[in-house]
Design a protein around this ligand. Structure first.
Ligand code: NAD
Length: 487
């Protein structure tokens, strides 16, 4: 009998595409999937050929008729069976996730639990795909609004949450009655394929879900230009999101849901429990080595408590154990790829030049893999790159403020608007920041904003549209008004 670790590694022998219910391997082109904790190869991911991409779109188009007409409660059963299979297989899939992405096993398990909850949430929401009756202007007229699935969907997901982000898109689309072609990240393909395998094993008909990999720009160009595709959903960086929105507009004015990351401000007021605020902030900032779009990532702390906050955060950072995520002692894994490592070095160097103080971290440890120390910088000027850019790594820049209005203006002063947080014991301050922070999600005194039953999405350059909550299902539906005169 194989161990969980052996089963997890074997997922990399099965890499390929899922097209019209068939698992397709091989192919001339492809790339190596790398373990970020060691730099070693995990396996080879074949790329889809143009012919395979065409077959995937054709399958999604063909399957749409029957799947959209499948009773909502039957779609619910498939989603619930997939959730049960994911639960049964979670010990293995979590290890696969850690191998390809790097996060500690406990975090991978927590991510899978949330992904399973997303399947369950959308399954249950199929019971509430309500329309409505609109009172007519004449007695012999009936008027109704039906919510219809928007059509075949093209979905693109990144490498930081290889289970949760595909789960949001797959379960939302399937619950609504849409079919989809998804391109998960080529850097973390095995976890997404295991989600697809659970759907297939749960009885999802061929063609309803198709999974493809390749050069991201080529695949998205192909899929977005394909006329059967009616909706685009993308999670990733702002420049790519803007590019896809333009492509979607000029090729059939396709609907988009865009989750494009952020740079979440944290306001810590002088009446907050400062030590707790620092510990909660550190846990949030260093989770997944900082590669979380809603991570608290720039810290505005009242001048009177800033020194205590930075010291406590540095203490929490020093307590983290860097290592291979499969090692149970590890509390922070490597960065997911060498691009993030280069970016962290740049942010630290820039911060020191700009006058920031290094409280802890700041270096790449001398070991294989893409590790970077959890880093706290204090006295940061607003113009430093780490205060302005989405750093997407384990760097916590801390600065001070004097008044609430000043803190809000500086927090809202960037083009992002995904998540924002505040720590305060004052109900008046809490009300002012929940009104005043320009963000799609606001957490006060805690960070738990990403749950299946709540809308997840941003404003301004962080994108538009929501995943999760009832809003997440609406994203895959379109209203149809039907008015009928009795004759
Ligand atoms: P990137 O912009 O090259 O890629 C981001 C994601 O988009 C990847 O999964 C990639 O495969 C995909 N992608 C890239 N070009 C695409 C295209 N033309 N069509 C479709 N998909 C495409 O950058 P990266 O180096 O992987 O990450 C850099 C930055 O992206 C990070 O610093 C972070 O700001 C942002 N990011 C955000 C999220 C998020 O959750 N919102 C996730 C990952 C990365």
């Amino acid at each position: 009998m194989l161990t969980d670790n052996q089963n997890a590694a074997s997922a990399f022998d099965r890499l390929g595409q899922l097209i019209d219910g068939q698992w397709v391997g091989g192919g001339r082109h492809g790339e190596t999937v790398v373990n970020p904790a060691t730099g070693d190869s995990l396996g080879r991911l074949p790329h889809a050929s143009p012919d395979e991409l065409g077959r995937a779109v054709a399958a999604a188009e063909r399957a749409f008729g029957a799947w959209s007409a499948t009773p909502a409660l039957a779609r619910r059963q498939v989603l619930l069976r997939a959730a049960r299979l994911l639960e049964e297989r979670s010990a293995t899939i979590a290890r696969t996730l850690t191998l390809e992405q790097g996060k500690p096993l406990a975090e991978a398990q927590a991510e899978l639990t949330t992904a399973i909850e997303v399947f369950e949430w959308y399954a249950e929401e199929t019971r509430r795909l309500y329309g409505r009756i609109i009172p007519a202007r004449a007695l012999d007229v009936t008027q109704a609004v039906h919510h219809e699935p928007v059509g075949p969907v093209a979905a693109f997901t990144p490498w930081n949450f290889p289970a949760l982000t595909p789960a949001r898109k797959i379960a939302g689309a399937l619950a609504a009655g849409c079919t989809l072609v998804i391109k998960p990240s080529e850097e973390t393909p095995a976890t997404a394929l295991e989600l697809a395998r659970a759907c297939v094993d749960a009885g999802l008909p061929p063609g309803v879900l198709n999974v493809v990999f390749g050069a991201p720009a080529e695949i998205s160009e192909f899929l977005v230009r394909s006329s059967p595709i009616r909706k685009i959903t993308f999670t990733g960086s702002i420049p790519v999101g803007k590019h896809l929105a333009q492509l979607a507009a000029s090729n059939g004015l396709k609907r988009c849901t865009l989750e494009l990351g952020g740079h979440a401000p944290v306001l810590v007021f002088d009446d907050a429990d400062v030590e707790r605020a620092a510990q909660v902030s550190a846990a949030g900032r260093f989770r997944n080595a900082g590669q979380v779009c809603v991570a608290p990532s720039r810290f505005y702390v009242h001048r009177s408590v800033a020194e205590r906050f930075a010291a406590e955060m540095a203490k929490a950072a020093r307590a983290l154990v860097l290592g291979n995520g499969l090692d149970t002692a590890t509390t922070m894994g490597p960065l997911a790829n060498p691009r993030r490592l280069a970016a962290m070095k740049h942010y630290v160097q820039d911060a020191l030049q700009a006058g920031g103080r290094l409280e802890t971290g700041g270096r790449q440890p001398d070991r294989p893999g893409f590790f970077f120390e959890p880093t706290v910088l204090s006295g940061m000027p607003d113009h430093a790159a780490a205060m302005r850019d989405e750093t997407f790594g384990p760097i916590a820049p801390v600065t001070t403020f004097d008044t609430l209005d000043e803190a809000l203006a500086r927090a809202n002063g960037l083009p992002y608007g995904l998540a924002a947080y505040a720590f305060t014991e004052s109900p008046r301050t809490a009300a002012a920041v929940s009104r005043g922070l320009s963000a799609g999600m606001v957490g006060i005194n805690h960070l738990a904003i990403s749950i299946a039953e709540a809308p997840f999405g941003g404003v301004r350059e962080s994108g538009y549209g929501s995943e999760g909550g009832t809003e997440g299902l609406s994203a895959y539906l379109t209203p149809k008004f039907v008015t009928q005169l009795a004759t």
